[in-house]
Write a protein that binds this ligand. Structure first.
Ligand SMILES: C[S@@+](CC[C@H](N)C(=O)[O-])C[C@H]1O[C@@H](n2cnc3c(N)ncnc32)[C@H](O)[C@@H]1O
Length: 331
């Protein structure tokens, strides 16, 4: 997936041609690099008119280890015979890159700017998400699609008290949900520890309290929902997951298990042609499609968990009033 706003701070770049399918699969492969001392930041982008003309740029801090370059090559079978292009980047490139092409985005009631120098937009909820090494600065259709859907859900009167954002990237969607439902608990997680660190910084920049209580966002590093605190904080009445079709299908049983009966699931990161397959995986878990909105090639899906017969909407428990709020594990 292409995140035009990412600004890696690394000084070496390894470039390989790839296909669109390989580019999309790469997002889920980031875990392969997490064990490295200095994992690269992977960015993919379209490189031509042909649907299969894509490009992978991997940014390394310091000269890349040959084993890491080989790992990249193994991930891109279509470029098996191509020598990767390896170049050292002057630091000033990043300064330039960080200051160009990052136009503020308005999505629903939200206005997201990536440079502090840009003005806020009156009448909107303003966020400052500086371009960094995490996905989710607002420009991508999936992020904007989720922001618009969240806004719509609030406008039609939906209410939530316990929200999870799995694959949070910069944290933006969790922050937006807390703005819309300020009395909610919010849990945000990402498989990438760098993204979690960046979402913590973004929370501070945007005045979003980090913590375990009402109106606060608790941040965790986790693959999917594989973290004891994420399970303890369930069931969620709203779960958001903007990841990619492959991981979304794989995660369907574990994500749906943490959604309360009658609860809502917002999915993005899938392409139009992947929607049927993703929906089938979630229908098999008792979810039904309530709304779909496409932005370009990228659908946003709102699903609802079928309530059991005789189900009644639960009374919300105010855990903080019971003195339990800080008990959800470490931040
Ligand atoms: C497309 S970005 C979405 C970021 C942000 N939520 C947004 O809407 O802009 C997908 C995020 O999911 C994370 N991710 C990928 N696979 C994951 C997994 N299995 N579990 C948790 N996070 C994952 C990536 O690190 C990335 O930050």
């Amino acid at each position: 997936m292409n995140d035009v706003a990412a600004r890696p701070a690394q000084s070496w770049k390894v470039t390989l041609p790839c296909t669109r399918a390989e580019a999309e699969a790469l997002d889920g492969d980031i875990a392969l690099f997490v064990a490295m001392d200095q994992p690269p930041v992977l960015m993919t982008s379209e490189a031509g008119a042909d649907d299969d003309a894509w490009r992978l740029d991997a940014y390394f801090e310091g000269e890349p280890d040959p084993a890491a370059v080989q790992l990249l090559r193994d991930l891109i079978p279509s470029a098996a015979a191509t020598e990767p292009q390896i170049e050292k980047l002057p630091d000033e490139d990043w300064v330039t890159l960080s200051q160009q092409g990052l136009e503020p985005v308005t999505a629903g009631r939200f206005h997201v700017r990536n440079r502090a120098a840009d003005p806020e937009e009156a009448g909107h909820v303003n966020f400052l998400i500086e371009a960094g090494r995490a996905f989710g600065t607002g420009q991508h259709e999936t992020t904007a699609g989720c922001l618009i859907m969240l806004d719509r859900m609030r406008r039609i009167g939906m209410r939530f008290g316990n929200v999870a954002d799995i694959g949070t990237g910069t944290g933006l969607l969790a922050f937006a949900a807390l703005h819309l439902w300020p009395r909610a608990y919010a849990t945000a997680s990402d498989i990438d520890p760098v993204a979690v660190a960046i979402s913590r910084e973004n929370a501070m920049t945007n005045g979003m309290p980090v913590g375990h209580g009402i109106g606060q966002v608790a941040l965790y590093t986790a693959a999917g929902v594989d973290h004891p605190a994420i399970e303890q904080r369930a069931p969620y009445d709203l779960l958001i997951a903007n990841i990619l079709a492959g991981p979304l299908i794989e995660l369907a049983p574990s994500l749906c298990a943490l959604i309360e009966d009658g609860g809502t699931l917002l999915l993005a990161g899938l392409l139009r042609e992947q929607a049927d397959e993703v929906l089938a995986a979630y229908r098999a878990q008792g979810m039904r499609l309530a709304e779909r909105a496409d932005r370009g090639d990228w659908p946003t899906l709102r699903l609802r968990k079928r309530p059991r017969i005789g189900w009644k909407r639960p009374q919300r428990i105010d855990r903080s009033a019971r003195g339990e709020a800080p008990g959800f594990g470490t931040l």
